[in-house]
Design a protein around this ligand. Structure first.
Ligand code: NAP
Ligand code: ZN
Ligand code: ZN
Length: 364
């Protein structure tokens, strides 16, 4: 492997080298290791991005370990990408070389179905083209994610990072950020609303920041008392340990909305009891095991149990602009690519405050 490919001539597209260094899992559950991939040639609507940072989402770990089924290998994970535009295709109007940009969980979608036309590309009826562990629009070329040096993405699926936000701490906004912002907006969180966030990890800590910025009264429900100081600093007014059974007595019918970010199976009925009349619990965490739901718990207070998947491209831009305005980023620990396997282990132990972000320049 050599690094010659990174010296691009802005005036001479012919010399673009589409190979880039990356880290990949070669089979389910294997440690990630150095790998080289080929990015597609720059199309007229494409943007070539020099990746600076990529967050480590728990979804990366679920997929590398094939916990949801259907994973394909080699897999280069990573869908919390920030970087700098290096080159643009002839018809690109939205970006110029040097722009600070981001790529989240999707790199394309059918663009024709009703959800796509309504800006809900994440709910594309044909399934979006995900950034990795998926296929390009031809349906056969594998997509590779952001644990790499460059990526080529259609301009319609690239978002702009406000210049006031640092690219490292902004990276997790591309998944953890939008995944929590979207349901808070959809369920109309505003002053006077009482919101609980279950699990204070990558998604959870962003949910606290956003709900607080939207004016809600925020409560964190975490397994132990360990994260209380952080939760209050992030904007929560209350904090309860779910290891204490009294928590579930004290908080009965307390909340309008519960955002459940937990990556493992929980007794959801216990949490549903904490919703007041017509309150909603939104699942964003995706545990591999199915939950058991007691219908009576829902019926008693006309409660809703729902789910929410990332957010559309326009909403992702809206979220980033909101972050620029309110100066919201993620709490991060930056790691070199060689530390990625150790970082995965620490995520699994909930030993992260609150998102690992890979410095992709360490791929060199
Ligand atoms: P994370 O940083 O690991 O946070 C998950 C949190 O869940 C942990 O910090 C921990 O919080 C809690 N938790 C973990 N194991 C638990 C257990 N056995 N029992 C109770 N609580 C437990 O993960 P993340 O990156 O935020 O992702 C969370 C989940 O969301 C994952 O399943 C991921 O795949 C999913 N996700 C979904 C979407 C979507 O579009 N819906 C997008 C991104 C990610 P405490 O220590 O505070 O208890
Ligand atoms: Zn994610
Ligand atoms: Zn579609």
């Amino acid at each position: 492997m050599n690094d010659a490919y990174i010296s691009l001539s802005v005036t001479d597209a012919v010399h673009i080298n589409t190979r880039t260094k990356a880290y990949a899992a070669m089979a389910a559950g294997e440690p990630l290791r150095p790998f080289e991939i080929e990015r597609r040639p720059l199309g007229v609507n494409d943007v070539l991005i020099r990746i600076k940072y990529c967050g480590i989402c728990h979804s990366d770990i679920h997929q590398v370990r094939n916990e949801w089924g259907g994973s394909t290998f080699p897999m280069v994970p990573g869908h919390e990408i920030t970087g700098i535009v290096e080159k643009t295709g002839a018809d690109v109007t939205r970006f110029r070389s040097g722009d600070h940009v981001g790529v989240g969980c999707m790199i394309d979608s059918c663009r024709e179905c009703n959800p796509c036309l309504d800006g809900y590309e994440q709910y594309c009826e044909r399934g979006p083209n995900f950034t990795y562990n998926s296929f390009e629009k031809d349906g056969k070329t594998p997509t590779y994610g952001g644990y790499s040096g460059t990526i080529v993405v259609d301009q319609e699926y690239v978002v702009r990072i406000p210049p006031s936000l640092p690219l490292d701490a902004a990276a997790p906004l591309l998944c953890a950020g939008i995944t929590t912002y979207s349901p808070l907006k959809h369920w109309k969180v505003s002053p006077g609303k009482s919101v609980a966030v279950v699990g204070l990890g990558g998604l959870g800590h962003m949910a606290v920041r956003f709900a607080q910025a939207m004016g809600a009264r925020v409560t964190v429900l975490s397994r132990s008392p360990k994260k209380i100081v952080d939760a209050l600093r992030l904007g929560a007014e209350d904090y309860f340990s779910t290891a204490d059974p009294a928590t579930f007595q004290k908080l009965v019918r307390r909340f309008d909305l519960i955002i459940n970010t937990v990556s493992a199976k929980l007794d959801l009925n216990q949490y549903l009891e904490l919703l007041q009349l017509e309150g909603a619990m939104v699942l964003v965490g995706v545990p591999p095991e199915a939950p058991e739901i007691n219908a009576a718990t829902l019926i008693r207070q006309r409660r809703t149990l729902s789910g929410s998947h990332i957010g559309g491209i326009a909403e992702t831009q809206e979220m980033l602009d909101f972050c620029g305005k309110h100066n919201i980023v993620s709490d991060i620990e930056v790691v070199d690519i060689g530390q990625v396997n150790a970082a995965y282990e620490r995520v699994l132990l909930s030993d992260v405050r609150y998102r690992f972000v890979i410095d992709c320049q360490s791929l060199k």
